[in-house]
Design a protein around this ligand. Structure first.
Ligand code: KG4
Ligand code: ZN
Length: 335
């Protein structure tokens, strides 16, 4: 059978990324230009700054990916791009670049949902088997997604307020850690003990999530210590936060496993890089549910990249999904 090559573009937040993917599972090239160092100075992503840097970087990143693959756009079967969700100005840069390539080289244009990308990142390491349950944990999303079959998505539960990545970044900030906070909370928590009791997330629907109460509970804890002139170890607070947040995540995941009996459960999104969460899933969950295969993406595919968009883009392409030249960024795109 003829090989399928997809050039994929991802620019939904603060990474300008381009990848070339062969047959929905092999990375031929994967280039990411991150803006973290710029946004670090502001303590978070400034959307206007992000889109300007995407404009500066996009052509260079496309060229570098093609050079690494030793290929030309003419060799591609299609151009895939993240259409949403994300920051509108950032998404716009990737969508325009993809439309330009598709028009200039007369290639099909394939719009991709960012979260479908995070989920399909797992196909870079293993064959997906359906039905599966995806626990999506990123800066903008916290969701349990049930996939009965290939390219079918049912959202079982979602966050009622903050995403888990967002909450971790905020906790990092109040602990005085650099951006992105969640990464540093993970680092310091390794030396801490989960000794503090924080507000346990509560939701009406047993598969939904909520993290704003827990985030406030961390803030209140710090305020109380300051007021009473009491000291605490930031690493203990970081470990306590992670323990409470991840236990809430896994409580919902266990419930979904019992209700839906999937063959696989996979982790997806930036927070999948968290060492404590990876351990809880690969050890505790795997032991408790031996009939389920637990899949954790490699660290290189957890945070935003275009390889994941290339894999999902290939599946979308095979399912006949196409965009035309009227395609625009969709910041609130639904899965
Ligand atoms: O998927 P992603 O790159 O972007 C979105 O789609 O949102 O996720 C970014 C999020 C950030 O909140 C970042 O702090 C978090 O992933 N993150 C982590 C870790 N690495 C990245 N959170 C906890 N522990 C980590 N090791
Ligand atoms: Zn993402």
């Amino acid at each position: 059978m003829k090989d399928t090559y997809i050039l994929a573009i991802e620019s939904s937040c603060d990474e300008t990324a381009v990848a070339i993917i062969k047959n929905a599972k092999e990375i031929v090239a994967n280039v990411v230009a991150t803006q973290i160092d710029v946004h670090k100075d502001f303590g978070g992503v400034i959307p206007e700054v992000a889109s300007r840097i995407h404009v500066e970087n996009i052509s260079m990143v496309i060229e570098e990916a093609l050079k690494k693959a030793n290929m030309d756009v003419a060799d591609m079967d299609a151009i895939a791009v993240t259409q949403g969700p994300g920051l509108v100005g950032s998404l716009h840069v990737g969508v325009q670049a993809a439309k330009t390539l598709a028009w200039a080289y007369d290639k099909p244009l394939v719009p991709v949902h960012h979260i479908a990308g995070h989920i399909y990142a797992n196909q870079l390491i293993t064959e997906l088997a359906f039905p599966l349950l995806a626990l999506v944990v990123s800066g903008g999303h916290t969701e349990l997604v049930y996939m009965k079959d290939e390219w079918s998505f049912e959202i079982l539960g979602t966050t009622q307020d903050d995403a888990i990545g967002e909450a971790g970044d905020k906790v990092g900030r109040v602990l005085g850690l650099p951006y992105p906070g969640g990464v540093y909370v993970d680092k310091i928590a390794k030396d801490g003990k989960a000794i503090y009791t924080l507000a346990k997330p509560k939701t009406e629907n047993e598969l939904d999530f909520s993290f704003s109460g827990l985030k406030s509970s961390v803030l209140q804890f710090i305020d109380r210590c300051k007021r009473k002139n009491e000291t605490f170890l930031p690493e203990d607070l970081a470990a306590s936060y992670q323990e409470t947040a991840f236990e809430a995540l896994l409580e919902r995941a266990r419930k979904a496993l019992e209700l839906y009996h999937p063959k696989q459960m996979l982790l997806a999104g930036g927070v999948a890089a968290n060492s404590c969460l990876r351990k809880k899933i690969s050890e505790d969950m795997a032991k408790a549910y031996p009939e389920v295969t637990f899949i954790i993406p490699p660290l290189s595919c957890c945070t935003d990249n275009a390889a994941m968009i290339g894999v999902a883009g290939t599946i979308a392409y095979q399912h006949g999904e196409r965009g035309d030249f009227a395609l625009t960024a969709d910041p609130g795109m639904e899965l």
